[in-house]
Design a protein around this ligand. Structure first.
Ligand code: NAD
Length: 478
């Protein structure tokens, strides 16, 4: 099937005004860092410098934690839930009003297609604030006792794949429960968190309730190890999650970890092929595969293998890779040079270990960080590409004959974040779902999110749940 030629349809970037440099957001205002250090954030699609951002040192983190403590003790924890809810509703509405601007900013800083930031990320950010605003005055009915109280100050560290959405997952439930927060966005995608700081000002949120400190791993470490915080919420790699768990073990801090994944997307022979292929594509090529719950291992029943592979290849040939701001783009840029190097390294390991690599014909832009949609066949369970998280647009295909074999292979991973099942038989869906060791099991769909639905992992994918009523528990003293 040939690709239609479309004229370029770029979303205008004139709607965002990016400052040349940004300070830290502490105590309700932007302040310079104490030691004057800064780093640059770039557009991964063009390598253009977007802004200079302050690198917070330990003394800055200390200031932010003090501001959050003060706001917790004197203001936020004293406000009744219905008052806190008003601020969260206000934030949700401002996010909706600024949706276009936030979507363009996210696509510029992250490299994801505007269709995804516009239709998925930003609407879900607003939905999260609306959802938790609704809980703020009903916490006594959440099933955690008659008068559940907040924990105190939360230190929150997030990754770069869904920058503003991960912020919403962290901040909305924390504030609804009466906690104050210090949040550190990822070093490659700080801009929407800083735009969110401006939204907090616009919403008149009391100073110190939300503090944003920018920086890399060292800033994150200073935050999670700070003795003045009561709760650590981390989303990122399993490796860093383990370090954080070790660092917090001797303290009284409550910890939740949302880590990596290597999800199986299991396709049975009775599944409608075209619908399942759409789900497979969405499962691994959405957001360039920078998705912790991505369906990166396709398990396809042997009897339909040839048909599915042919259909998948046909579909991949129609994906458009390129300018993230173009409304027709399906696959955007890889978020950083470091992530591109990791994807390349693992893909080369796949070939070296004997798997067959295939990508559709696809022209990569000269500037920026790009990787074509890639499928590996002939993959065995021992291959690194079947075991390690690639966090890129790379699918490993394996086969199975019986449902029992599918379960065995799907669970043969140190991770357990998500899984997908494609079949027309409801009984088989339930049989599989009760055996798959994954926090989320999608049936005849993939990568579906809703603020009311809890999300989280088993095994090395972490512990604790975000979203839904379950997500409140992480921020309540229960
Ligand atoms: P990463 O662990 O390197 O970084 C995540 C965040 O932690 C960044 O803000 C980083 O600056 C900070 N950080 C780094 N070292 C730290 C330290 N020692 N102490 C405290 N903070 C530190 O991960 P990444 O490469 O940015 O993100 C990709 C990973 O995140 C993938 O493994 C992915 O699966 C995972 N992820 C998980 C979920 C989930 O909900 N389970 C969601 C998104 C991403």
């Amino acid at each position: 099937m040939a690709k239609f030629e479309y004229a370029p349809a770029p979303e205008s970037r004139a709607i965002v005004s990016i400052k040349e440099s940004y300070g830290l957001f502490i105590g309700g205002e932007f302040v310079p860092g104490l030691d004057g250090r800064a780093f640059k954030t770039i557009s991964p699609a063009t390598e253009e410098v977007l802004a200079e951002v302050t690198e917070a040192g330990p003394a800055d983190v200390d200031r932010a934690v003090s501001a959050a403590r003060k706001a917790y003790e004197h203001t936020w924890s004293q406000r009744p839930g219905k008052e806190r809810a008003k601020y969260l509703f206000r934030i949700a509405r401002i996010v909706q009003e600024k949706a276009r601007e936030l979507a363009v900013l996210e696509s510029l800083d992250n490299g994801k297609p505007i269709r995804e930031s516009r239709d998925v990320d930003i609407p879900l950010v607003a939905a999260h604030f609306f959802y938790y605003a609704g809980w703020a005055d009903k916490l006594e009915y959440a099933g955690y006792g008659p008068a559940p109280g907040p924990l105190g100050v939360a230190g929150q560290v997030i990754p770069w794949n869904f920058p503003l959405l991960m912020l919403a997952w962290k901040i909305a439930p924390a504030l609804a429960c009466g906690n104050t927060v210090v949040l550190k966005p990822a070093e490659t995608t700080p801009l929407t968190a800083l735009a969110f700081a401006e939204i907090c000002q616009q919403a008149d949120l009391p100073p110190g309730v939300v503090n944003i400190v920018t920086g890399a791993g060292e800033t994150g470490r200073a935050l999670v190890e700070h003795p003045g915080i009561d709760k650590v919420a981390f989303t990122g790699s399993t490796e860093v999650g383990k370090q954080i768990a070790r660092a917090c073990a001797p303290s009284r801090k409550k910890v939740t970890l949302e880590l990596g994944g290597k999800a199986a997307n299991v396709m049975f022979e009775d599944a409608p092929v075209d619908q399942a292929v759409e789900g497979i594509v969405n499962g691994i090529f959405f957001n360039q595969g920078h998705v912790c719950c991505a369906g990166s291992r396709l398990l396809v029943q042997e009897s339909v293998y040839d048909e599915v592979l042919a259909s998948l290849r046909r579909r991949l040939a129609t994906l458009r890779l390129g300018d993230p701001l173009d409304k027709n783009t399906d696959v955007g840029a890889i978020n950083s040079a470091a992530q591109l190097a990791r994807i390349r390294e693992l893909s080369e390991a796949g070939e070296a270990e004997g798997a067959q690599r295939w990508s559709p014909p696809c022209e990569l832009p000269v500037k920026g960080f790009w990787f074509p949609p890639t499928v590996f066949t002939g993959v065995s369970q021992a291959h690194r590409i079947a075991r390690e998280e690639i966090f890129g647009p790379v699918l490993s295909v394996l086969t199975f004959r019986t449902p029992a074999e599918a379960v065995e292979k799907a669970n043969n991973t140190p991770y357990g974040l998500s899984a997908g099942v494609w079949t027309e038989k409801g009984s088989l869906i339930l049989w599989m779902a009760s055996r798959l060791r994954a926090g989320v099991v999608w049936a005849n769909t993939f990568n579906k999110f809703d603020p009311a639905s809890p999300f989280g992992g088993y095994k090395e994918s972490g512990y604790g749940r975000e979203g839904g009523r379950h997500g409140l528990e992480a921020y309540l003293d229960v």
